[in-house]
Design a protein around this ligand. Structure first.
Ligand code: XUL
Length: 563
């Protein structure tokens, strides 16, 4: 056992990145896990030449949602340039890691490995100029918002004997945004692009590859979002690979444990920014694993983490009994826990219409002001006199329903759909209460004991006190907030520290040991949690609302399938 903090984390800095849908962020922590620097690049406003909206391109004709992968490379140099301009001490960074939006994929062209290794250190060309025209078989990277692969999902499930078999093998049934169905679509529609591809990366392993100057492995936790990995054995499933596309295993490369070191940083970053040549790159992982498991240090069974962001996500650790085997079902996802990939799992629910719909309501009824939105929320009583609003701006993932808006009035056991709008205040409350009631119903369905121990809230909208209070009421428990709002990049920095410590000690250093031995001043550290809301009694009102909401969702799904 290490005898002191110094033994475990030395005295260097740990840098974490978050390559998310709308921006690229960096957070640096010191040896006590205190945040010492952070920076951000917004894709739409700072790289307008790519024409993205919300960081993505809606390709209406093809019905797909993609992002230009070279934009992420350009954003990286912009971000490092901003840190350099504020004299960030790159020379002190002993390890870096990162988090990437899950499921998105990058297609490296034949010969790109050579190009990466030969990155010119001495010349004037930046990374984007060196890679733009030669490194990719397509610049269009499908991202998690894409829902155009229903046909591929059904074909894959059929090949494996049904949705339940795919779920029990890979942790999730086949989902449109998952990488396997996306690869199958690319292979079917653009066989020449697939043929010209030598390697497929996730957003996470793509960004790690840039730092390494060679292909980084995909880590076990993010790999579980592909419908390609055998969840229990932590290896590519041959049956899934075969159902997806030919010659896929060689294009995916080997898998790696999330806390392992991928290698040393490429000399390009040493020369250009002053990183030490021995700076370690720890495998990058998915944003939800980084943010919710590492950034919030979720460790107690019964705790749940909820992120209110572009997508709303809910994560908790499942208790799998003595065998600790996961039992994924038809709903939600199971991923290996990135800070303990060999021993524990996280269960996750993911909604596409998180902030998208709340912002739409804010613009529609509150003139774009969150303050007015909050006032409207307060003007209607808890439970909204039975008025429920279903609003999906984009086709929803959970449950899989098309874009649209429906309103209902619930009176005891009777539920009736109404044609017109409710008052602005009822619309706002109906939407937000409905979102939390849906989370509660689905979380219970995949095994979360209700009420939960506590909720740890993160994501942009978790700074809204009215929203977290409502969350506490609907789930009937306390809500805590991480003091560090950028929990994905902070989580990645903490993972960099864990990877560095494990490498140095030549053993796996659990996150709890790292935190308890190093985060000496809890009020300062990135993992400090603060109580922000306690449940105000509403009897069993929200329990009933969650059940009603689930029943209506079920009816909408049935109606959709009988169309
Ligand atoms: C998770 C998911 C989203 C993205 C957002 O399955 O699709 O939460 O990870 O970046």
């Amino acid at each position: 056992m290490p005898s002191s903090t110094l033994d475990l984390l030395g005295s260097g800095l740990f840098l974490g990145f978050d390559s998310s849908t709308q921006s690229l962020k960096a957070t640096a922590v010191d040896d006590k896990l205190r945040v010492v620097a952070s920076q951000c690049v917004n894709f739409d406003s700072e790289l307008p030449q790519y024409g993205t909206r919300g960081g993505v391109l809606h390709r209406e004709k093809e019905g797909s949602i993609t992002a230009p992968c070279i934009m992420w490379v350009e954003a990286l140099e912009l971000l490092l340039g901003k840190l350099a301009a504020e004299k960030f001490p790159f020379h002190k960074v002993v390890a870096l890691s990162g988090s990437g939006q899950q499921h998105g994929s990058v297609y490296w062209r034949k010969g790109a490995a050579q190009l990466l290794g030969d990155l010119d250190v001495a010349g004037d060309d930046d990374l984007a100029a060196q890679l733009r025209d030669r490194a990719f078989s397509t610049h269009d990277s499908p991202v998690w918002m894409d829902s155009s692969t229903t046909q591929q999902c059904r074909a894959i499930e059929e090949a494996l004997g049904g949705a339940a078999s795919v779920a029990s093998l890979t942790g999730s049934r086949a989902y449109e945004r998952f990488t396997g169905p996306q690869i199958r679509k690319l292979y079917e529609r653009q066989p020449e692009v697939y043929g010209d591809t030598e390697r497929i990366s996730l957003v996470s392993s793509f960004m790690a590859s840039i730092f390494l100057g060679r292909y980084a492995s995909i880590d076990y936790s993010d790999a579980a979002g592909m419908n390609l990995m055998d969840l229990e054995k932590r290896c590519w499933s041959h049956a899934m690979l075969e159902a997806t596309a030919p010659g896929l295993e060689q294009r995916l490369g080997p898998l790696a444990a999330s806390h392992e070191v991928a290698g040393n940083i490429h000399p390009f970053f040493v020369t250009k920014y002053g990183f030490p040549s021995e700076c370690l790159v720890v495998h990058w992982s998915g944003d939800n694993p980084c943010s919710l498991a590492a950034g919030l240090a979720l460790e107690h069974p019964g705790d749940i983490a909820i992120s209110l962001g572009t997508s709303d996500t809910l994560v908790f650790f499942q208790v799998f009994g003595v065998t600790r085997n996961p039992q994924p079902g038809l709903e939600g996802h199971v991923f290996p826990n990135p800070v303990d990939v060999m021993n524990s799992y996280m269960a996750m629910l993911c909604y596409k219409n998180g902030s998208l719909t709340r912002e739409d309501m804010r613009d529609r009824y509150a003139g774009g002001s969150w303050q007015k939105f909050n006032l409207l929320l307060q003007q209607s009583p808890p439970l909204n006199e039975g008025k429920l609003v279903f609003f999906y701006k984009e086709p929803e993932i959970l449950p899989p329903l098309p874009a649209g808006m429906q309103r209902y009035v619930v009176d005891g056991d009777s539920v009736s759909e109404v044609a017109g709008e409710f008052s602005p205040s009822e619309e706002v409350r109906g939407l937000v209460e409905g979102q939390f009631a849906s989370m509660r119903a689905h979380a219970e369905r995949i095994g979360l004991p209700m009420p939960p121990n506590r909720i740890i809230a993160t994501g942009g909208a978790s700074a809204n006190q009215q929203l977290v209070q409502l969350m506490a009421n609907v789930f009937a428990c306390d809500v805590y907030q991480a003091q560090q709002t950028d929990s994905a990049s902070a989580g990645a920095a903490i993972r960099a520290a864990q990877g560095w410590a494990s490498h140095r000690q030549q053993r796996f250093v659990p996150l709890s040991e790292l935190i308890h031995n190093t985060a000496a001043a809890p009020n300062d550290s990135a993992v400090f949690l603060k109580l922000v809301a306690s449940a105000q009694s509403c009897d069993d009102g929200y329990e009933r609302m969650a059940a009603t909401r689930a029943k209506i969702e079920q009816q909408l799904l049935l109606a959709r399938h009988s169309c």
